[in-house]
Design a binder for this molecule. Structure first.
Ligand code: ZN
Length: 122
């Protein structure tokens, strides 16, 4: 399962980061391109980063790459911020990861949260 890594270690940070659509998209973008954008069609290294849609468009050839492809968020019509809120609440309930406390959720719990969203998003 991709798209798990690099989560904040507190609930507060989580909510700060994923409360807006742009924040969620930015997260997915970093997961997708840890070393920066690379166009799968032409190999170009620059893209127009769309802030309101989870989509990158290659500057060189115009190829569009969905940032949600291959993730549990693929195909959902609901806002990403909504799904991240569900995940956040799930993590709080499962891990005792309460505001201010530094108790990062276990990887397995994050995975369970993503599974939950994957089912709900069908
Ligand atoms: Zn390209």
């Amino acid at each position: 399962m991709s798209g798990i890594g690099d989560l904040p270690s507190t609930q507060w940070e989580f909510e700060q980061r994923f409360s807006t659509e742009a924040g969620c998209i930015e997260y997915l973008r970093r997961q997708r391109w840890p070393d920066g954008f690379r166009c799968p069609r032409c190999g170009g290294g620059r893209a127009w980063a769309l802030r309101r849609r989870a989509l990158d468009q290659c500057v060189s050839c115009g190829h569009q790459v969905s940032l949600t492809a291959g993730t549990v968020f693929h195909g959902t019509r609901k806002p990403l911020a909504l799904w991240f809120r569900v995940i956040g609440q799930f993590l709080v309930s499962k891990s005792g990861w309460l505001g201010g406390g530094r108790l990062p959720p276990a990887r397995a719990q994050v995975r369970d949260g993503l599974d939950l969203v994957a089912q709900a998003a069908q």
